[in-house]
Ligand binder design. Structure first.
Ligand code: P1T
Length: 379
Protein backbone atom coordinates (compact mmCIF):
# COMPACT_ATOMS: atom_id res chain seq x y z
CA UNK A 1 0.00 0.00 0.00
CA UNK A 2 1.32 3.45 -0.85
CA UNK A 3 1.77 6.20 1.76
CA UNK A 4 -1.39 8.27 1.15
CA UNK A 5 -3.60 5.19 1.20
CA UNK A 6 -1.96 4.02 4.42
CA UNK A 7 -2.44 7.47 5.98
CA UNK A 8 -6.17 7.17 5.41
CA UNK A 9 -6.80 3.48 6.00
CA UNK A 10 -4.02 1.79 7.99
CA UNK A 11 -4.94 0.62 11.47
CA UNK A 12 -8.54 1.77 11.30
CA UNK A 13 -11.62 -0.19 10.35
CA UNK A 14 -15.33 0.60 10.72
CA UNK A 15 -16.59 0.18 14.30
CA UNK A 16 -17.81 -3.44 14.60
CA UNK A 17 -20.90 -2.58 16.66
CA UNK A 18 -22.29 0.38 14.67
CA UNK A 19 -20.36 0.58 11.41
CA UNK A 20 -19.14 4.09 12.32
CA UNK A 21 -16.45 4.84 9.73
CA UNK A 22 -14.48 6.97 12.18
CA UNK A 23 -12.90 5.24 15.17
CA UNK A 24 -15.06 6.16 18.21
CA UNK A 25 -13.58 8.00 21.19
CA UNK A 26 -13.71 5.27 23.85
CA UNK A 27 -13.97 7.72 26.74
CA UNK A 28 -13.86 5.11 29.46
CA UNK A 29 -11.40 4.25 32.20
CA UNK A 30 -12.42 0.60 32.60
CA UNK A 31 -14.09 -2.32 30.84
CA UNK A 32 -16.61 -4.75 32.34
CA UNK A 33 -15.58 -8.40 32.81
CA UNK A 34 -18.06 -11.30 32.83
CA UNK A 35 -15.88 -13.27 35.27
CA UNK A 36 -12.48 -12.34 36.78
CA UNK A 37 -10.01 -12.27 33.87
CA UNK A 38 -12.76 -12.91 31.28
CA UNK A 39 -13.10 -9.85 29.06
CA UNK A 40 -13.12 -8.65 25.46
CA UNK A 41 -9.40 -7.80 25.35
CA UNK A 42 -9.71 -4.64 27.41
CA UNK A 43 -9.38 -4.39 31.21
CA UNK A 44 -8.24 -0.92 32.18
CA UNK A 45 -7.61 2.09 29.93
CA UNK A 46 -4.03 2.79 31.05
CA UNK A 47 -3.14 -0.65 29.69
CA UNK A 48 -5.25 -0.62 26.52
CA UNK A 49 -7.87 1.59 24.92
CA UNK A 50 -9.44 0.88 21.50
CA UNK A 51 -8.99 4.47 20.24
CA UNK A 52 -5.32 4.39 21.26
CA UNK A 53 -4.90 0.93 19.73
CA UNK A 54 -6.17 2.22 16.36
CA UNK A 55 -3.74 5.14 16.47
CA UNK A 56 -0.82 2.93 17.49
CA UNK A 57 -1.57 0.62 14.55
CA UNK A 58 -1.89 3.56 12.15
CA UNK A 59 1.43 5.11 13.22
CA UNK A 60 3.17 1.73 13.09
CA UNK A 61 1.96 1.22 9.51
CA UNK A 62 3.25 4.64 8.44
CA UNK A 63 6.74 3.94 9.85
CA UNK A 64 6.81 0.39 8.41
CA UNK A 65 6.86 -0.89 12.00
CA UNK A 66 5.23 -3.95 13.48
CA UNK A 67 4.65 -2.25 16.84
CA UNK A 68 3.49 1.21 17.92
CA UNK A 69 3.05 2.78 21.35
CA UNK A 70 1.62 6.20 22.15
CA UNK A 71 2.52 8.44 25.08
CA UNK A 72 1.27 11.60 26.76
CA UNK A 73 3.98 13.71 25.04
CA UNK A 74 7.07 13.35 22.88
CA UNK A 75 9.21 13.70 25.99
CA UNK A 76 7.19 10.98 27.76
CA UNK A 77 8.07 8.69 24.84
CA UNK A 78 11.76 9.66 25.09
CA UNK A 79 11.64 9.17 28.88
CA UNK A 80 10.30 5.64 28.34
CA UNK A 81 13.13 4.74 25.95
CA UNK A 82 15.72 6.13 28.40
CA UNK A 83 14.23 3.85 31.08
CA UNK A 84 15.57 0.88 29.11
CA UNK A 85 19.02 1.98 30.39
CA UNK A 86 20.79 1.07 33.64
CA UNK A 87 23.29 2.99 35.82
CA UNK A 88 26.70 2.89 34.15
CA UNK A 89 25.26 2.77 30.62
CA UNK A 90 26.41 5.33 28.05
CA UNK A 91 24.51 7.04 25.25
CA UNK A 92 25.93 8.79 22.18
CA UNK A 93 23.66 11.63 20.98
CA UNK A 94 23.66 14.26 18.25
CA UNK A 95 25.03 17.53 19.62
CA UNK A 96 22.17 19.46 18.03
CA UNK A 97 18.82 18.25 19.35
CA UNK A 98 15.60 19.51 20.91
CA UNK A 99 16.39 21.40 24.13
CA UNK A 100 13.85 19.40 26.13
CA UNK A 101 15.52 16.12 25.15
CA UNK A 102 18.90 17.53 26.23
CA UNK A 103 17.34 18.66 29.53
CA UNK A 104 15.74 15.23 30.15
CA UNK A 105 19.03 13.45 29.50
CA UNK A 106 21.33 15.80 31.44
CA UNK A 107 19.08 16.95 34.28
CA UNK A 108 17.15 13.73 34.93
CA UNK A 109 18.86 10.58 33.62
CA UNK A 110 22.42 11.75 34.30
CA UNK A 111 21.39 11.74 38.00
CA UNK A 112 20.69 8.02 37.68
CA UNK A 113 24.26 7.28 36.58
CA UNK A 114 23.75 7.30 32.82
CA UNK A 115 26.41 9.08 30.76
CA UNK A 116 25.58 11.07 27.63
CA UNK A 117 28.05 12.12 24.91
CA UNK A 118 26.73 14.93 22.68
CA UNK A 119 28.74 14.88 19.46
CA UNK A 120 28.67 16.06 15.87
CA UNK A 121 27.60 13.20 13.60
CA UNK A 122 28.33 15.02 10.32
CA UNK A 123 30.82 12.21 9.81
CA UNK A 124 29.22 9.15 11.41
CA UNK A 125 32.66 7.54 11.88
CA UNK A 126 33.25 10.04 14.71
CA UNK A 127 30.86 7.87 16.75
CA UNK A 128 33.40 5.04 16.84
CA UNK A 129 35.71 7.07 19.12
CA UNK A 130 32.98 7.19 21.78
CA UNK A 131 31.95 3.55 21.72
CA UNK A 132 32.99 1.38 24.65
CA UNK A 133 31.62 -1.68 26.46
CA UNK A 134 29.06 0.51 28.28
CA UNK A 135 27.59 2.10 25.14
CA UNK A 136 23.97 0.95 24.95
CA UNK A 137 22.17 3.52 22.82
CA UNK A 138 22.82 5.89 19.90
CA UNK A 139 20.31 8.74 19.87
CA UNK A 140 19.92 10.69 16.65
CA UNK A 141 17.79 13.53 15.37
CA UNK A 142 17.84 13.95 11.60
CA UNK A 143 17.08 16.61 10.54
CA UNK A 144 18.23 18.07 13.85
CA UNK A 145 16.34 20.73 15.77
CA UNK A 146 17.03 23.60 15.07
CA UNK A 147 20.10 23.46 12.77
CA UNK A 148 18.66 20.97 10.26
CA UNK A 149 21.82 18.86 10.27
CA UNK A 150 21.42 15.64 8.32
CA UNK A 151 22.87 12.42 9.72
CA UNK A 152 23.60 9.37 7.56
CA UNK A 153 20.97 6.93 8.86
CA UNK A 154 22.38 3.85 7.14
CA UNK A 155 25.86 4.71 8.44
CA UNK A 156 24.54 4.93 12.01
CA UNK A 157 22.72 1.59 11.71
CA UNK A 158 25.82 -0.14 10.33
CA UNK A 159 28.15 1.07 13.10
CA UNK A 160 25.56 0.30 15.79
CA UNK A 161 24.88 -3.24 14.54
CA UNK A 162 28.60 -4.03 14.37
CA UNK A 163 28.87 -3.03 18.03
CA UNK A 164 25.53 -4.44 19.23
CA UNK A 165 24.16 -1.03 20.25
CA UNK A 166 20.50 0.00 20.11
CA UNK A 167 19.66 2.93 17.83
CA UNK A 168 16.86 5.46 18.10
CA UNK A 169 15.97 8.19 15.61
CA UNK A 170 13.73 11.08 16.54
CA UNK A 171 11.80 11.38 13.28
CA UNK A 172 9.69 14.37 14.35
CA UNK A 173 11.06 16.86 11.80
CA UNK A 174 10.95 14.47 8.84
CA UNK A 175 7.83 12.37 9.51
CA UNK A 176 7.45 8.98 7.77
CA UNK A 177 6.27 10.86 4.66
CA UNK A 178 9.90 11.90 4.17
CA UNK A 179 11.91 9.02 5.67
CA UNK A 180 11.31 5.69 7.42
CA UNK A 181 14.46 5.00 9.51
CA UNK A 182 13.44 1.43 10.42
CA UNK A 183 13.89 0.52 6.74
CA UNK A 184 17.57 1.54 7.10
CA UNK A 185 18.08 -0.84 10.04
CA UNK A 186 17.37 1.58 12.90
CA UNK A 187 15.81 -0.14 15.95
CA UNK A 188 13.47 2.52 17.32
CA UNK A 189 11.72 5.61 15.93
CA UNK A 190 10.38 8.20 18.32
CA UNK A 191 8.04 11.11 17.53
CA UNK A 192 6.69 14.20 19.06
CA UNK A 193 3.23 13.48 17.63
CA UNK A 194 2.40 17.02 18.79
CA UNK A 195 3.97 18.25 15.54
CA UNK A 196 3.31 17.14 11.93
CA UNK A 197 1.55 13.85 12.75
CA UNK A 198 -1.16 15.67 14.68
CA UNK A 199 -0.72 18.64 12.38
CA UNK A 200 -3.20 21.11 13.86
CA UNK A 201 -1.48 22.45 17.02
CA UNK A 202 -4.23 21.06 19.25
CA UNK A 203 -2.63 17.97 20.83
CA UNK A 204 0.48 17.10 22.86
CA UNK A 205 1.52 13.46 22.29
CA UNK A 206 4.44 11.13 21.62
CA UNK A 207 4.94 7.76 19.94
CA UNK A 208 7.48 4.96 19.66
CA UNK A 209 7.64 2.59 16.68
CA UNK A 210 9.78 -0.52 16.34
CA UNK A 211 10.10 -3.91 14.67
CA UNK A 212 12.03 -5.35 17.60
CA UNK A 213 9.58 -7.45 19.66
CA UNK A 214 11.84 -7.67 22.69
CA UNK A 215 12.26 -3.88 22.78
CA UNK A 216 8.54 -3.37 22.16
CA UNK A 217 7.59 -5.70 25.01
CA UNK A 218 9.87 -3.84 27.43
CA UNK A 219 8.51 -0.47 26.28
CA UNK A 220 4.90 -1.65 26.51
CA UNK A 221 5.62 -2.85 30.05
CA UNK A 222 6.97 0.63 30.87
CA UNK A 223 4.02 2.33 29.13
CA UNK A 224 1.67 0.53 31.52
CA UNK A 225 3.95 0.49 34.58
CA UNK A 226 4.82 4.21 34.43
CA UNK A 227 1.49 5.29 32.93
CA UNK A 228 2.26 8.29 30.69
CA UNK A 229 -0.53 7.43 28.23
CA UNK A 230 -2.55 9.82 26.05
CA UNK A 231 -6.31 10.14 26.44
CA UNK A 232 -8.75 8.79 23.82
CA UNK A 233 -9.93 12.25 22.70
CA UNK A 234 -6.35 13.19 21.79
CA UNK A 235 -5.89 9.85 20.00
CA UNK A 236 -9.02 10.60 17.96
CA UNK A 237 -7.69 14.03 16.98
CA UNK A 238 -4.39 12.53 15.82
CA UNK A 239 -6.19 9.78 13.87
CA UNK A 240 -8.05 12.58 12.10
CA UNK A 241 -4.86 14.58 11.52
CA UNK A 242 -3.03 11.63 10.00
CA UNK A 243 -5.59 11.26 7.23
CA UNK A 244 -4.17 14.40 5.58
CA UNK A 245 -0.51 13.94 6.56
CA UNK A 246 0.64 13.31 2.98
CA UNK A 247 -1.30 16.31 1.64
CA UNK A 248 -0.03 18.62 4.35
CA UNK A 249 3.56 17.44 4.04
CA UNK A 250 3.54 17.96 0.29
CA UNK A 251 2.52 21.59 0.82
CA UNK A 252 4.86 22.16 3.80
CA UNK A 253 7.77 20.96 1.64
CA UNK A 254 6.69 22.95 -1.44
CA UNK A 255 6.33 26.17 0.59
CA UNK A 256 9.59 25.60 2.46
CA UNK A 257 11.51 25.11 -0.82
CA UNK A 258 10.24 28.46 -2.16
CA UNK A 259 11.03 30.22 1.12
CA UNK A 260 14.50 28.68 1.51
CA UNK A 261 15.45 29.88 -1.99
CA UNK A 262 13.92 33.30 -1.31
CA UNK A 263 15.91 33.66 1.91
CA UNK A 264 19.13 32.43 0.32
CA UNK A 265 18.88 35.22 -2.28
CA UNK A 266 18.00 37.92 0.31
CA UNK A 267 20.84 40.45 0.79
CA UNK A 268 20.24 40.71 4.56
CA UNK A 269 20.33 36.94 5.14
CA UNK A 270 23.68 35.42 6.09
CA UNK A 271 22.95 31.67 6.12
CA UNK A 272 19.95 29.43 5.43
CA UNK A 273 19.68 25.97 7.00
CA UNK A 274 17.43 23.73 4.90
CA UNK A 275 18.53 20.29 3.64
CA UNK A 276 17.06 20.82 0.17
CA UNK A 277 19.54 23.58 -0.67
CA UNK A 278 22.62 22.50 -2.63
CA UNK A 279 24.58 24.77 -0.25
CA UNK A 280 23.55 22.53 2.71
CA UNK A 281 26.65 20.71 4.00
CA UNK A 282 24.93 17.33 3.90
CA UNK A 283 22.64 17.86 0.92
CA UNK A 284 23.90 14.69 -0.79
CA UNK A 285 23.11 12.55 2.28
CA UNK A 286 19.70 14.24 2.52
CA UNK A 287 18.99 13.39 -1.14
CA UNK A 288 19.95 9.77 -0.57
CA UNK A 289 17.66 9.16 2.41
CA UNK A 290 14.79 11.68 2.24
CA UNK A 291 11.84 11.74 -0.19
CA UNK A 292 11.49 15.50 0.34
CA UNK A 293 13.23 18.08 2.49
CA UNK A 294 10.62 19.11 5.06
CA UNK A 295 8.96 22.27 6.28
CA UNK A 296 11.51 23.49 8.84
CA UNK A 297 13.99 26.26 7.98
CA UNK A 298 16.44 28.18 10.15
CA UNK A 299 18.39 31.28 9.15
CA UNK A 300 20.66 34.04 10.42
CA UNK A 301 20.97 37.68 9.33
CA UNK A 302 24.17 39.55 8.49
CA UNK A 303 24.15 40.88 12.04
CA UNK A 304 25.51 39.60 15.33
CA UNK A 305 23.02 41.76 17.24
CA UNK A 306 20.33 39.74 18.96
CA UNK A 307 18.03 42.81 18.80
CA UNK A 308 18.05 42.60 15.00
CA UNK A 309 16.81 39.00 15.12
CA UNK A 310 14.19 39.97 17.72
CA UNK A 311 13.00 42.84 15.50
CA UNK A 312 12.33 40.43 12.62
CA UNK A 313 10.46 38.08 14.97
CA UNK A 314 8.37 40.98 16.31
CA UNK A 315 7.66 42.29 12.78
CA UNK A 316 6.02 39.11 11.48
CA UNK A 317 2.29 39.39 10.83
CA UNK A 318 1.46 35.90 9.50
CA UNK A 319 4.24 33.83 11.11
CA UNK A 320 3.24 33.59 14.79
CA UNK A 321 6.01 33.74 17.40
CA UNK A 322 5.53 30.50 19.34
CA UNK A 323 7.22 27.29 20.42
CA UNK A 324 6.32 24.07 18.57
CA UNK A 325 6.10 23.30 14.86
CA UNK A 326 4.40 21.15 12.28
CA UNK A 327 0.94 22.69 12.41
CA UNK A 328 -0.91 24.01 9.36
CA UNK A 329 -0.13 27.61 10.41
CA UNK A 330 3.36 29.10 10.04
CA UNK A 331 5.33 29.73 13.22
CA UNK A 332 8.60 31.48 13.94
CA UNK A 333 10.84 31.06 16.95
CA UNK A 334 14.09 32.07 18.61
CA UNK A 335 15.72 28.78 19.69
CA UNK A 336 18.38 30.35 21.96
CA UNK A 337 15.76 31.90 24.26
CA UNK A 338 12.80 29.56 23.63
CA UNK A 339 13.00 25.88 22.61
CA UNK A 340 16.72 25.46 23.34
CA UNK A 341 17.16 27.77 26.34
CA UNK A 342 17.75 24.74 28.59
CA UNK A 343 21.01 23.96 26.73
CA UNK A 344 23.93 25.95 28.25
CA UNK A 345 25.03 28.78 25.92
CA UNK A 346 28.57 27.37 25.51
CA UNK A 347 27.11 24.02 24.42
CA UNK A 348 24.77 25.74 21.96
CA UNK A 349 27.58 27.78 20.47
CA UNK A 350 29.82 24.71 20.23
CA UNK A 351 27.09 22.97 18.22
CA UNK A 352 26.78 26.02 15.94
CA UNK A 353 23.52 27.38 17.37
CA UNK A 354 23.99 31.16 17.35
CA UNK A 355 22.05 33.55 19.61
CA UNK A 356 20.76 35.21 16.44
CA UNK A 357 19.28 32.08 14.79
CA UNK A 358 15.65 32.35 13.68
CA UNK A 359 13.62 29.15 13.16
CA UNK A 360 10.59 28.87 10.89
CA UNK A 361 7.94 26.19 10.83
CA UNK A 362 6.55 26.79 7.36
CA UNK A 363 2.79 26.15 7.27
CA UNK A 364 0.47 25.30 4.41
CA UNK A 365 -0.79 28.82 3.65
CA UNK A 366 -0.31 30.35 0.17
CA UNK A 367 3.43 30.74 -0.13
CA UNK A 368 3.20 34.18 -1.81
CA UNK A 369 1.65 35.54 1.40
CA UNK A 370 4.37 33.94 3.52
CA UNK A 371 7.10 35.46 1.34
CA UNK A 372 5.40 38.87 1.55
CA UNK A 373 5.44 38.50 5.34
CA UNK A 374 9.15 37.59 5.33
CA UNK A 375 9.92 40.52 3.05
CA UNK A 376 8.26 43.06 5.32
CA UNK A 377 9.60 41.47 8.53
CA UNK A 378 13.25 41.37 7.35
CA UNK A 379 12.86 44.78 5.66
O1 P1T B 1 6.75 18.60 23.13
P1 P1T B 1 6.73 17.11 23.13
O2 P1T B 1 5.54 16.52 22.45
O3 P1T B 1 7.00 16.52 24.47
O4 P1T B 1 7.95 16.66 22.17
C1 P1T B 1 9.29 16.88 22.49
C2 P1T B 1 10.11 16.94 21.23
C3 P1T B 1 10.82 15.81 20.86
N1 P1T B 1 11.57 15.80 19.74
C4 P1T B 1 11.66 16.88 18.94
C5 P1T B 1 12.51 16.83 17.71
C6 P1T B 1 10.95 18.05 19.25
O5 P1T B 1 11.06 19.10 18.44
C7 P1T B 1 10.15 18.09 20.43
C8 P1T B 1 9.42 19.30 20.84
N2 P1T B 1 9.84 20.47 20.20
C9 P1T B 1 9.31 21.71 20.37
C10 P1T B 1 8.31 21.99 21.21
C11 P1T B 1 9.93 22.77 19.53
O6 P1T B 1 9.34 23.85 19.37
O7 P1T B 1 11.01 22.52 18.99
Amino acid sequence: MKFGTKAIHAGVSPDPTTGAIMTPIYQTSTFVQSSPGKHKGYEYARTHNPTRDALQASLAALENAQFGLCFASGLAATDTIAKLLRPGDEVICTNDLYGGTYRLFTKVFQNYGIKFHFISMDDVNTIKQYINANTKLIWVETPTNPLLNIIDIKGIATIAKANNILTCIDNTFATPYIQTPLDFGIDIVVHSVTKYLSGHSDVVMGAILTNNKEVHDKLMFLQNACGAVPGPQDCFLVLRGIKTLHLRMERHCFNAAKIAHYLEAHPKVEKVYWPGLTSHKNHEVAKSQMNAFGGMISFTLHSEKIEDAFKVLENFKLFCLAESLGGVESLCGHPASMTHASIPREERLKAGLKDTLIRLSVGVEDVEDLIDDLAQAIG
